[in-house]
Design a protein around this ligand. Structure first.
Ligand SMILES: NC(=O)c1ccc[n+]([C@@H]2O[C@H](COP(=O)([O-])OP(=O)(O)OC[C@H]3O[C@@H](n4cnc5c(N)ncnc54)[C@H](OP(=O)(O)O)[C@@H]3O)[C@@H](O)[C@H]2O)c1
Length: 322
């Protein structure tokens, strides 16, 4: 396994995404199989795993907590929903995550999306800074923050730095490398890529068999792009690996950390393979040409910021959709 820096941590160049363990949007996965899958990854050197309080309303965090039991070096990254990012609620949310994860301290605590325009950013980030001092969290990250929001959030902090911004990034969503990556590099923060396989479409999956796929525009974009899928397939055949491995290795080649929604052992095999794969210049060029049209646009917004936080969390709570 190859490693890189994520704030004070040494992490594998690829991580595991555990939204799939929330199961509501993704369909059933047994607890036992998920734990076995994650541990297979840990035993092969992957030491970064991403979850969130809203994934299955705690199911994902509980499963991740069970999986990391007995391991001392796993960097668990979880997230507070943007609509709970208010000084009154943050401590309670952190304690809930700590309890579900069975940890004394959360290695990377991320703000899942920028809170609505009714919440001021800085008071929340100051609470996060206090929590670092108290040892309840070890580092601070954000997710789905655009360039301006990332800079504003960083400016709120006095003693800490934001170590990462997790955004949607893949061969069908390349805008972040243009509009966000330069500023993250300037601030010494890492980009973490969610949706690295466009929900599996870049691995060749076309069937709309769950809510996550049905509702993701990038899945639909990718599954119809025969030119791009053809380019990935050509490289995969040339190297003798799967399409998933190629799509993941391409992200790693940019110095960005993909977190892949892996729920089976064979998914983990692709992650391990991708970490070791160095794509050749002509292969990178082929992938570049086939995906350059996706360089335009901005970062994906996961919420409407105009909606008050409380209304958001109320709706989330009602549909319990994650
Ligand atoms: N911050 C945010 O707002 C945000 C948003 C979304 C996701 N995330 C994070 O990012 C992680 C991954 O992103 P994502 O959930 O959008 O999905 P993704 O990683 O793009 O796609 C995951 C799906 O692709 C398929 N897959 C994975 N590895 C494969 C392989 N080697 N070969 C063939 N198919 C493979 C699996 O489908 P099957 O399971 O059907 O086999 C899997 O469920 C999540 O788990 C979560 O931690 C964060």
């Amino acid at each position: 396994m190859k490693y890189t820096r994520l704030g004070k941590f040494k992490v594998s160049v690829v991580g595991i995404g555990a939204w799939q363990a929330g199961q509501r949007s993704w369909g059933r996965s047994s607890r036992e199989e998920l734990i076995k899958t994650y541990r297979y990854g840990f035993n092969n050197g992957i030491n970064l795993i991403d979850t969130a309080e809203i994934y299955g309303w705690g199911r994902s965090e509980r499963i991740v907590g069970e999986a990391v039991k007995g391991y001392s070096d796993i960097v668990v990254a979880t997230k507070i929903a943007g609509c709970f990012f208010h000084p009154v609620w943050i401590r309670k949310r952190v304690k809930g995550s700590l309890q579900r994860l069975g940890l004394k301290s959360i290695p990377l605590y991320q703000v899942h999306w920028p809170p609505s325009i009714y919440s001021r950013l800085c008071p929340g980030f100051r609470v996060l800074e206090e929590l670092v001092e108290e040892g309840l969290i070890e580092s601070i990250g954000v997710s789905n923050f655009n360039r301006k929001e990332f800079i504003r959030a960083n400016n709120c902090l006095e003693n800490e730095k934001i170590v990462s911004n997790q955004v949607e990034y893949s061969l069908v969503q390349r805008a972040p490398e243009r509009v966000l990556l330069p500023v993250l590099e300037e601030y010494g923060a890492k980009m973490i890529a969610w949706g690295p396989l466009a929900k599996g479409a870049l691995a060749g999956k076309k069937k709309i068999d769950n809510i996550a796929r049905l509702t993701d525009p990038k899945f639909h974009r990718a599954r119809k792009d025969e030119g791009l899928l053809g380019a990935i397939k050509t490289v995969a055949e040339e190297v003798g690996v799967s399409m998933a491995t190629v799509a993941i290795a391409w992200i790693i080649s940019k110095g960005i950390i993909p977190i892949v929604g892996a729920r089976r052992k064979k998914h983990i095999d692709s992650l391990i393979e991708a970490a070791e794969l160095n794509l050749k210049q002509h292969q990178l060029k082929l992938l570049y040409e086939a995906s350059r049209k996706y360089l335009s646009g901005g970062i994906t917004r996961v919420t409407l910021r105009i909606m008050p936080d409380i209304l958001y969390c109320g709706i989330l709570w009602l549909i319990r959709g994650a």
